[in-house]
Design a protein around this ligand. Structure first.
Ligand code: ZN
Ligand code: ZN
Length: 365
């Protein structure tokens, strides 16, 4: 039997991935097979790898990818072999009540696809995580997970649009509905946070206060639009926010750190009537302690969002346009490139607080 591709398989949480030869099923129905050219490492991949969200290995992670369609099922309508696409984890039906309310990230009846699409050399099935499994040379996905990209768009920057960028933008525009002149806090300046900063700048926020424990992020976040930078390890963040907002608190806070202390800390920093948007995905059962009298007495809202409540068919083309117009920075968000062979090293680097986006590249024969 011929093994046409390699995948980085998680055989055990907290252990290095194992690069193995695998087989991949052929595309049926509305499925497409995509040869991956670039896959960014998302913090969600790292959380999964550490076992924060459960699941049972073996699993193939990776969900922020771009590549070329190499095979289409007999019912695909939007794509042809050779099309260049972004692969997202968002597989939605387009017709359920959630999809009808522009919340495709929480689609209640996502279409099924061949599962498992991958088998290892012992012919054992290898499930993929987050509808993608893009830490692999090819993926089998539903065509609705793919968005076409222009011929001249680099796969590396395109891959970023599959998750972190749409989440940050969606959180600010679709969920937080930031208006011109508002004051905004962004806690955590990783892949999602830096894009919430860009979105707030484009929306016309008058003040964008970035909060992060990595001082070496300050220069980048200021370049992307942050007007102020607070390191909560060395400065009382609440006091600093009050000083910057004339004692009222910010209009909105966007929390990219997926951990309850960061969410709890944001609530006192917003003004009466303001909103806290939870963008980062906390570990399962991470309970947050919030002063309920502050919520009720000051009419504050705490809103959760998955994937920034993005609608990929609208949002990704809009972001591509902003990139082409020079308004959206993508190239400068990538700090490291690694070959697929060095994926374990790439994940280690991606887990350090001072790295930006780390992208894996694939050499195809
Ligand atoms: Zn992600
Ligand atoms: Zn749906």
């Amino acid at each position: 039997m011929k093994y046409p591709m390699r995948a980085a398989i998680c055989r055990e949480f907290n252990a290095p991935l194992s690069l193995e030869n695998v087989t991949i099923a052929s595309a049926q129905g509305q499925e497409v097979k995509v040869q991956i050219e670039a896959c960014a490492i998302c913090h969600s991949d790292i959380s999964y790898l550490k076992g924060y969200w459960g699941g049972t290995p073996p699993i193939v992670f990776g969900h922020e990818a771009a590549g070329v369609i190499t095979e289409t099922g007999d019912k695909t309508s939007g794509f042809n072999v050779g099309d260049r696409v972004i692969v997202t984890l968002m597989r939605s039906c387009g017709s359920c009540p959630s999809c009808g309310e522009d919340l495709e990230a929480i689609c209640t009846s996502p279409p099924a696809i061949t599962s498992p699409a991958l088998h290892d050399q012992d012919k054992s099935p290898v499930p993929v995580a987050m509808n993608s499994g893009a830490f692999a040379e090819q993926v089998l996905v539903h065509e609705r997970q793919c968005i076409a990209i222009p011929d001249d768009m680099d796969f590396n920057v395109a891959s970023l649009l599959g998750c972190g960028v749409i989440t940050g933008f969606g959180a600010v525009n679709r969920v937080g509905k930031v208006k011109k002149g508002e004051t905004v806090i962004v806690t955590g300046t990783g892949g999602v946070g830096i894009n919430a900063i860009q979105a707030a700048r484009i929306a016309g926020a008058s003040k964008i206060i970035a909060i992060d424990i990595a001082d070496d992020k300050e220069e980048l976040v200021r370049r992307l639009g942050a007007t102020d930078f607070i390191n909560p390890k060395t400065t009382d963040a609440n006091e600093a926010v009050m000083a910057l907002t004339d004692g009222h608190g910010a209009d909105a806070a966007f929390v990219a750190v997926g951990a309850s202390p960061a969410i709890a800390a944001a609530v006192p920093m917003i003004r009466a009537g303001g909103r806290v948007v939870i963008m980062g995905m906390p570990a399962s059962d991470d309970l947050v302690a919030i002063d309920a009298s502050d919520l009720a007495g000051s009419a504050k809202s705490v809103i959760g969002t998955k994937m920034g409540s993005a609608m990929i068919r609208e949002d990704i083309p809009m972001l591509i346009k902003l990139y082409q117009q020079g308004k959206l920075e993508l190239d400068g968000l990538i700090s490291h490139h690694f070959d697929f062979d060095a994926i374990n090293e790439a994940i280690e680097v991606a887990a350090t607080p001072s790295s930006l986006r780390v992208v894996i590249n694939f050499a195809h024969d």
